[in-house]
Design a protein around this ligand. Structure first.
Ligand code: ATP
Length: 312
């Protein structure tokens, strides 16, 4: 008899320590060079056998997440099923802690977690490279959510190279905004801003950031954080200027808008400084709420459950 239990996977949020954006391509996407960094703020997804595919969502921002085939986790299930045609139905339960449409790639993370969970549930046997290929078909940030750590992303962000760096843990404070930003709208605002100025043809990796990461010196990393989308995000959400300024005044080593925003992230010199900064920022009234997170952390990983085959 085979007893198939649910498989639970947890997946981290991502920050972009650098996000360099090229001009729009013919297909509407932008070529990127980015430095992804996975941090200890996790969604948890559970995959269980079911008659038909379905999804339910609870937790932070659940009411803003589609509970049908548009959910990125279910899109990932379909992409994996194309490779495992005999796979049965599955129900995905998502417990969200990563805020939605916050520039932290929570949806892509859930997709990556669904790939890992279903690969286990269906005994798909796909290795990391094969899963990464399927992930890239689902979305630009999905492959990084599988990998985790700190990695350079190129193309649309799906071509990944892990960054060689010492085992330094960085301490971050995340300021969640009272509002959301849509990624396509932020890119459109960037294109409008750039219509008035000269844009570099090819986005490039920042050597100062890479050397700061190799040194493991948080002070240098803080100084080298950069995001080409930040001016566009600020134009659509001007209150973020105040949030960034408050964090820097309170002693952050660096501050930036995460991805397409509106989450602002601050690097602190130590775990204790992060605790102080989080308390002061939440008292300053410049954001909806704050959280602390450290990074880098590993990508999507199974925390419990498996298929068990045993005697009847
Ligand atoms: P990006 O990956 O573009 O940086 P983001 O981090 O800003 O995106 P997400 O939380 O991934 O934002 O959500 C982007 C959109 O995707 C939301 O509008 C949401 O409705 C949709 N979405 C689909 N599936 C999910 C999911 N499982 N979790 C969160 N959002 C989802």
């Amino acid at each position: 008899m085979t007893i198939v239990t649910g498989v639970t996977v947890r997946v981290p949020a991502k920050l972009n320590l650098q996000l360099a954006v090229g001009p729009p391509r013919a297909d509407g996407y932008h070529d990127l060079v980015t430095v992804f960094h996975a941090v200890s703020l996790f969604d948890e997804i559970t995959a269980e056998p079911a008659r038909r595919d379905g999804v339910s969502v609870s937790g932070e921002g659940a009411d803003r997440v589609p509970a049908d085939g548009d959910n990125l986790a279910l899109r990932a299930v379909s992409a994996l099923r194309a490779e495992v045609p005999s796979a049965p139905g599955v129900h995905i339960t998502i417990a969200k802690r990563i805020p939605v449409a916050a520039g932290l790639a929570g949806g892509s993370g859930d997709a990556a977690a669904a790939l890992v969970a279903c690969n286990e549930l269906w005994a798909g046997g796909f290795g990391a490279a094969q899963l990464a290929e399927i992930a890239a078909r689902v979305g630009s940030d999905v492959a990084f959510a599988l990998l985790g750590g700190t990695a350079v992303g190129r193309g649309r962000g799906e071509q990944l190279t892990p960054a060689l760096a010492p085992a330094t843990q960085y301490h971050w404070v995340l300021a969640f905004a009272d509002g959301h930003l849509s990624t396509p709208e932020v890119y459109a605002a960037l294109d409008r801003q750039r219509a008035r100025e000269q844009v570099p043809a090819e986005p490039g990796l920042d050597p100062a950031l890479m050397s700061a990461l190799r040194s493991g010196d948080a002070r240098l990393v803080g100084r080298a954080l950069s995001n080409d989308l930040q001016p566009a995000a600020l134009s659509l959400f001007p209150a973020l200027r105040k949030t960034l300024a408050a964090g820097l005044e309170l002693g952050a080593l660096g501050a930036l808008v995460s991805g397409s925003g509106p989450t602002c992230v601050f690097l602190a010199a130590s775990a204790d400084r992060a605790l102080d900064l989080a308390a002061s920022l939440s008292g300053a009234g410049v954001c909806r709420s704050v959280a602390r997170a450290s990074g880098p952390v590993p990508g999507a990983a199974i925390v419990s459950g498996a298929s068990v085959t045993g005697p009847r």
